[in-house]
Design a protein around this ligand. Structure first.
Ligand SMILES: Nc1ncnc2c1ncn2[C@@H]1O[C@H](COP(=O)(O)OP(=O)(O)O)[C@@H](O)[C@H]1O
Ligand SMILES: [Mg+2]
Length: 336
């Protein structure tokens, strides 16, 4: 659908009704014009946004949206101008995590304006289109992908240092549409949990990443370990029984502080996956119930505890991503 109908006169300025294009041709020209305009808009957006990072995972519930919002907030903590594009139409929960629950699309002068979430992060979400967030939208493929293209072309992001793009789980059409529409995507971050044999561990996924023509920046392991801390008499030996018949032991420090890190899932899946496929391991994020609370009350963990262990873990992952970006986003799995 053309967003700004145009009338195109035939060469020589003749009267379109006499020897000009037929109504059908006129419509085709208008469509081509609208498409060209959108393409130019996308190229301009591509230029105005320094780094574009896709966040993907093989399956749902591994914390992709938690990681997308966490990365965006961590980058914003560093003073960068950041945006998040939430493409997940079936379960868009980015607005909630960014304190923007219930927002609707804001359109001005035919341009879509992002909402401003925590730490000034600009947010565009498919959820802004929904009348009722509890009813998932079932859009036919072409309509959904058209809406994504429009989202990318028509959003007034302004100048951004980073745009983080959150997707639905798996190897769906959405990442392909984004990769084809938005120029110069730096790369993708793959989120996995420790026990999951990640996205890359299937021929299908590899074919998928190849077709995207986007390099892999690396793998992040989410819900990595759960840390329990406390205090006791300095020097006290402490041991606790952990699930699976394991015993965790430690000694309280000089100040009496002690902590255990419990691997709720199996250990090291993210690192193993990264090694297996020759892509960088970007770091691990702890299991932190604060993320769940943040998802419910709209205050992201990084906002409620800007100096906390989770915020620090995110800062390390951000450092690793920036390291990859400085190397031109190259990785063992550079896609051609
Ligand atoms: N590191 C974590 N520690 C604890 N809970 C987490 C963590 N990461 C995500 N969660 C929780 O897991 C659930 C799924 O996370 P979400 O980010 O929505 O996953 P996805 O986008 O992959 O479907 C949410 O309830 C979220 O709060
Ligand atoms: Mg999600």
């Amino acid at each position: 659908m053309a967003d700004s109908p145009v009338t195109i006169n035939p060469p020589g300025g003749g009267n379109p009704s006499e020897n000009g294009p037929s109504p059908q041709e006129q419509k085709q020209m208008e469509q081509a014009y609208a498409q060209m305009k959108r393409k130019m808009a996308m190229e301009e957006i591509g230029r105005k946004i320094k780094h574009k990072i896709m966040v993907l995972s093989g399956k749902g519930g591994v914390g992709k949206s938690t990681v997308s919002t966490g990365l965006a907030l961590s980058l914003a903590q560093q003073g960068h101008k950041v945006g998040i594009l939430d493409i997940d139409i079936t379960g868009p929960n980015v607005p909630k995590m960014m304190g923007l629950d219930g927002r609707r699309l804001h359109v001005e002068n035919k341009r879509i304006h992002p909402a401003e979430g925590h730490l000034g992060v600009k947010v565009i979400s498919m959820a802004f289109l929904l009348d009722d967030e509890d009813t998932p939208v079932v859009w036919r493929g072409p309509i959904k992908l058209g809406a994504i293209q429009q989202f990318i072309g028509d959003v007034e992001w302004g100048q951004l240092d980073y745009l983080v793009i959150d997707f639905p789980p798996g190897t769906s059409d959405e990442p392909l549409t984004v990769a084809q529409s938005l120029p110069d995507i730096d790369g993708m971050v793959i989120v996995t949990t420790p026990q999951q044999v990640a996205l890359l561990d299937s021929r299908k996924s590899i074919t998928f990443s190849e077709s995207l023509k986007v390099p892999v920046l690396g793998v992040v392991e989410n819900m990595s370990g759960f840390t329990i801390s406390g205090t006791a008499q300095p020097g006290t030996d402490i041991s606790v029984g952990a699930p699976g018949g394991k015993t965790l032991s430690t000694t309280a420090g000089e100040d009496g502080a002690f902590s255990f890190t419990l691997d709720i899932f199996k250990e090291g899946g993210g690192k193993a996956t990264a090694e297996e496929f020759g892509v960088p391991f970007l770091g691990a994020l702890p299991f932190d119930p604060g993320f769940v609370r943040g998802g419910d009350d709209g205050v992201h963990r990084i906002v409620s505890e800007p100096e906390g262990a989770s915020a620090q873990a995110f800062a390390k992952v951000v450092d690793a991503i920036q390291g990859q970006l400085n190397q031109g986003g190259s990785s063992g799995l550079e896609i051609v």
